[in-house]
Design a binder for this molecule. Structure first.
Ligand SMILES: [Zn+2]
Length: 612
């Protein structure tokens, strides 16, 4: 009779367990979807009740099975204490929480002990691989947070995917190498201790029971925390492991989504188009320069007190756009917004604001311009991330990489120019390292602003050096533009410059673009979204056609408008009177009355709505 009852009880328990498990998975997945990745989200009581109920049922089942088998219900007391001590060590050294909220420690210890037992019971020594990677990342993350103010988030991973060898070498300092090695060693020591504690646990059942017991206690303890303070970050290491995986998948997803968007675009040349100002043989040179990480407010042409743009400042023909908003804090998305008819970033929901056609450069190539693309030393080479700019410059007959700093591309441009017939209409597309971290490209022998430090370690405590290095890169770009334009002396030329996104050097309380995610602010609500943008031209171009002269006058009239990267596709078409169904006069700054930018920006009412 007792055996029968026990069997019936087991059956009922298993059915309830399945129902509870399904409910937990259902609630858990919706929770994971709703929760922001930086851990500020609150954990609903329903999730904890489901977890505690499931663990209680599993524990009861485990105890009954152990008694039936005549084996021990739990590991011996000494081992349990060792597991708890090791969990305490792990939680204190690897989670950032005990440094700020000691009260969370008991919960962390119980959750960690549960994870130790369950993972070891399921996968034995394979679980060490998880702990080694996880603990290494956590230790490195604490050091990274102290140094750079940023945790490992999707932007950091996306930046790492994008990083060139120079950028990576900028971070490979002795201290960072020591931190990385220490993290790996610390994680290895913890794994060795875990293996030592678990080495005699041959039977899985007592360990599973112990795991469910710890999780049950953690669930109950979690319920005791007031609901308004039950933050996801208190549920370390589970939430943290989820955050790291989420950051990786988001970076990869984001990367794929950006590439997919540009791959799906048809060339604008598939529609009929006509060019009304040039017939070929005028020798016009159009330079389209996408800059890197240049904030508008760090250029002296925009009132910055340091003279970072001395040459531009004295250019009588400069048409400067001091209020230009960039579409995204991301190189590729900005390239799409500049070169195609996209008006916002890749996450834009309004179909009207998404891109509908490919690169504007294709249209010029179709009307007799020969296109040459000049890249930095490494960008647009082999990285998958660079595929976007490679696709957008598909019409370039040659892609040329600077052998050293961006200045070294100037003789290459001169060579190309010499090799072409003088009357050939040409486009030079430029996209080099500019002012990208680690702010390396400036004249190191004679830096205009010194002492300049290119190391980005604890930038806030090296604020002066980092700012000097950044300003020196802007100064370098000013000289780069001077050198490039000097190549076209006597010819009709137009130079369009626009930076991809800004940078943070303590602006808006943020140090480095990767720390933007930590700030909890959207890119378009910060001053980092205003980027350098200007147009230069030669008198020869103005004299070539009355349309060019009137376009230049219109540009000058509209220079102080609030504009955005969305204007450049249509402005380039409008300037040359290149007619295509893709052209929108409302976004053409050479048109009589263009529309200003109406999207989110720091001064706008909807500036806070641009979070992704
Ligand atoms: Zn960039």
């Amino acid at each position: 009779m007792f055996t029968f009852l026990r069997t019936r009880l087991c059956f009922v328990l298993l059915v309830s367990l399945s129902v509870a498990g399904l409910a937990a998975v259902r609630i858990g997945t919706s929770w994971v979807r709703d929760i922001p990745p930086h851990g500020e989200g609150l954990v609903p009581a329903a999730v904890l009740i489901a977890v505690a109920a499931s663990c209680a049922l599993l524990l009861i089942t485990g105890v009954l099975i152990a008694r039936k088998k005549g084996s021990s219900v739990l590991p011996e007391a000494g081992r349990l204490w060792s597991i708890i001590l090791l969990s305490a060590l792990c939680a204190i050294s690897c989670s950032m929480l005990p440094r700020y909220e000691m009260s969370a420690l008991p919960l962390l210890i119980l959750l960690n002990a549960g994870a130790f037992c369950l993972l070891w019971a399921i996968s034995r020594t394979f679980s060490l691989l998880f702990w080694w990677i996880f603990v290494s990342l956590e230790l490195a993350q604490i050091a990274g947070y102290t140094q750079y103010g940023s945790r490992i988030n999707s932007l950091v991973i996306a930046e790492t995917i994008e990083a060139s060898q120079e950028e990576i070498s900028g971070y490979l300092s002795t201290i960072n190498l020591v931190i990385a090695l220490s993290s790996l060693l610390g994680a290895a020591i913890l794994c060795w201790l875990l293996a030592w504690v678990m080495k005699h646990c041959k039977d899985r059942l007592p360990l599973l029971n112990a795991g469910f017991f710890f999780m049950l206690l953690a669930g109950l303890l979690g319920l005791a925390i007031p609901s308004s303070q039950r933050h996801a970050r208190h549920f370390w290491p589970y939430f943290e492991a989820y955050s790291l995986i989420h950051a990786c998948t988001e970076a990869v997803f984001h990367n794929q989504a950006t590439i997919r968007q540009v791959e799906g675009l048809h060339s604008p040349t598939e529609q009929p188009s006509s060019l009304h100002t040039l017939h070929g043989g005028e020798g016009v040179v159009v330079i389209v320069h996408i800059g890197e990480s240049v904030r508008a407010d760090r250029m002296s042409i925009n009132g910055y007190e340091r003279d970072t743009t001395p040459w531009l400042r004295q250019c009588p023909r400069l048409i400067n756009f001091p209020r230009c908003v960039s579409a995204a804090c991301d190189t590729c998305q900005a390239q799409i917004a500049i070169l195609t008819d996209a008006r916002r970033d890749i996450y834009e929901k309004d179909p009207a604001l998404r891109p509908h056609t490919g690169s504007v450069l294709d249209l010029f190539a179709a009307h007799g311009f020969r296109v040459f693309a000049f890249f930095g030393k490494r960008n647009a080479t082999h990285l998958k991330y660079d595929l976007v700019v490679r696709l957008l410059t598909r019409c370039a007959e040659q892609k040329i990489h600077a052998p050293g700093s961006p200045w070294t591309s100037v003789p290459q441009m001169a060579d190309i120019l010499r090799s072409l017939p003088k009357k050939q209409n040409t486009i030079f597309f430029i996209n080099n390292e500019g002012s990208h971290t680690p702010f390396y490209h400036y004249n190191h022998e004679n830096p205009p602003f010194h002492p300049a430090g290119t190391s980005f370690e604890t930038p806030s405590s090296h604020a002066e050096e980092v700012n000097n290095a950044y300003d020196s890169t802007v100064h370098y770009t000013d000289e780069f533009v001077r050198r490039v334009t000097s190549l076209f002396h006597g010819r009709p030329w137009l130079y369009l410059y626009i930076s991809d996104h800004g940078e943070y050097l303590g602006h808006d309380g943020i140090w480095g673009r990767a720390a933007l995610g930590e700030s909890g602010r959207s890119y378009l609500s910060t001053t980092g979204c205003y980027v350098g943008a200007f147009i230069l031209s030669s008198p020869e171009l103005e004299a070539l056609h009355p349309h060019f002269a009137s376009s230049l006058r219109a540009l000058q009239r509209h220079a102080n408008m609030l504009i955005a990267q969305e204007h450049f596709f249509h402005t380039l078409l409008g300037f040359f009177d290149l007619r295509t169904p893709w052209y929108n006069p409302a976004l053409d700054l050479t048109a009589p009355s263009p529309q200003s930018y109406t999207g989110p920006h720091p001064e706008g009412e909807d500036g806070q709505e641009a979070a992704h």
